[in-house]
Design a protein around this ligand. Structure first.
Ligand code: NAD
Length: 457
């Protein structure tokens, strides 16, 4: 039998080796889920909502244990693990409040003996291949609306957040969702590949651009609904009228929260030359004050880097930037010893010849580039193949709106960053993906509009 070994990224210790799925078990679980889905869809919505309400109660009841599990397997500072779980609760409340209206049948015409209706029918059986950085958020953004809309779900959590994935499944099971309707698959990319070979009605993926492309290729010719939520290289522009200290503190948090491992982390910063020096000084001070240490400590802000191979990416981006003329003003080093550790790193005198300004860092590394005016800032913000989020810091709302209207991104921020709302659609442009989660559209994403033509007389 194959196993999946789960290590603590903070110290390298083996936490557990779990029995993993293989092609045969994936096929058997898929067949069971396919068979179970129609009965789940036939339940009144209120019954499915009752399960999600009970799931929410389980999250609240077990919050401390769930946070500890997530911190141990991902290296996320415990305070941030608690924040993620607490932040999940209003998302659950949003889905509970909005699903009925989002999937209710619509009568769009009723005249002369002819009625026309749109039914939001469930897709059927959906696959969710997920990332590890916010496993509760990215898992539940798919699982909960999919289940509420009447789908069965085949969920493959990341191999770096499998214990959390199993906790999500446990709580849904305890809440009354049939085991064949909410199915968890344990393993790495090979189990994801086996899942893609199954007869599913939709594939919802969160992860890297490289894997997203592989998944799109694997599904080519299959006509299966595909949604990809991928990485970013999210820019922010700080105008000369912004308060440099307040902007620096906000953006240092946006760049380094979760050790820089957020899909919407601030990944590059452009600062007007008039306040560049003051901004950089305040930014470095903010970064130096961030406590590094055991992710289980309440006051730790910078935790472990979850995936060891990412340390090479971070090191290579820093070396490439310095070789091309960047100045290192904080950090720059991986720490040798047990676990995966990289010091929070700030580079200035950077430009777009450098990987650090073009490729996703997904770690505690940031480049800050000086710009002369708004036009240069917009040009540089759009000089990317990604388009997840982008922000502007200025006192002038009209200026912010005018700038953000020109930026290619799924979400834009004025005087804030690294923010996701259940009420707003979460989507990327370009290589940041296709499709969306959250908002009412992120509920309808798990349905297919079916057209009803009814002669009533
Ligand atoms: P990843 O692409 O390495 O893995 C994601 C998932 O895909 C895992 O479950 C993995 O086992 C699976 N997988 C790997 N190879 C596969 C294959 N060939 N076929 C099928 N499945 C396969 O990504 P990751 O390291 O887990 O996540 C980090 C990335 O996710 C970053 O780029 C980040 O920006 C992005 N992300 C995006 C969002 C968003 O909402 N846009 C949210 C979170 C993370």
């Amino acid at each position: 039998m194959t196993t999946l070994s789960i290590h603590n990224p903070a110290d390298g210790e083996l936490i557990i080796a779990l029995p993993a799925d293989d092609a045969e078990s994936v096929a058997a679980k898929t067949a069971a889920a396919r068979a179970a889905q129609p009965a789940w869809a036939a339940l009144p919505l209120e019954r499915r909502m009752a399960c999600v309400r009970k799931f929410r109660e389980g999250v609240v009841r077990d919050l401390e244990q769930l946070a500890t599990t997530m911190t141990r397997e991902t290296g996320k500072p415990i305070r941030m693990s608690r924040n993620e779980l607490n932040g999940l609760l209003p998302r659950i409340d949003f889905f509970l409040a909005e699903t009925e209206a989002a999937i209710a049948a619509e009568t769009v015409f009723d005249e002369g003996g002819m009625k026309e209706q749109i039914q939001h029918a469930p897709l059927g059986l959906v696959a969710n291949i997920s990332a590890w950085n916010y496993p509760w958020f990215v898992g539940c953004n798919v699982i909960l609306p999919a289940l509420l809309a009447g789908n069965a779900v085949l969920y493959k959590p990341s191999e770096y957040a499998t214990l959390t994935g199993l906790e999500i499944a446990r709580l849904l099971d305890e809440a009354g969702v049939p085991r064949a309707v909410m199915v968890t698959l344990v393993g790495g990319g090979e189990v994801g590949t086996a899942l893609l070979e199954q007869n599913v009605d939709g594939v919802f993926f969160t992860g890297s651009h490289a894997t997203g492309k592989r998944i799109a290729k694997a599904l080519a010719g299959r006509l299966v609904k595909l949604q990809l939520e991928l990485g970013g290289k999210d820019p922010t522009y700080v105008c000369e009228d912004a308060d440099p200290k307040a902007a620096a503190e906000s953006l240092a948090d946006g760049a380094m929260y979760n050790t820089g491992q957020s899909c919407c982390s601030v990944e590059r910063i452009y600062v007007h030359e008039k306040i560049h020096a003051a901004f950089v000084a305040a930014f470095v001070e903010a970064v130096r004050s961030m406590r590094r240490g055991d992710p289980m400590n309440d006051d730790t802000y910078i935790g472990a880097v979850t995936r060891a191979p990412q340390l090479d990416v971070l090191e290579s981006q820093v070396e490439d930037a310095i070789a091309k003329g960047a100045h290192l003003v904080a950090g720059g080093e991986r720490r040798i010893g047990a676990g995966n550790w990289f010091d929070p790193t700030v580079l200035v005198n950077v430009d777009h010849t450098m990987d650090v300004m073009r490729e996703e860092s997904f770690g505690p590394v940031i480049g800050i580039q000086k710009v002369v005016d708004d036009a240069e800032a917009v040009r540089l913000m759009n000089d990317t193949r990604y388009g997840l989020t982008a922000g502007v810091y200025t006192r002038d709302e009209q200026r912010a709106r005018a700038l953000l209207a020109q930026v290619n991104a799924g979400s834009v921020y004025w005087n804030c960053c690294d923010r996701v709302s259940p009420r707003l659609p979460w989507s990327g442009m370009g290589d940041s993906g296709i499709g969306l989660t959250l908002s009412k559209y992120g509920i309808q994403a798990f349905t297919r509009p079916k057209a009803w033509h009814l002669r009533t007389q």
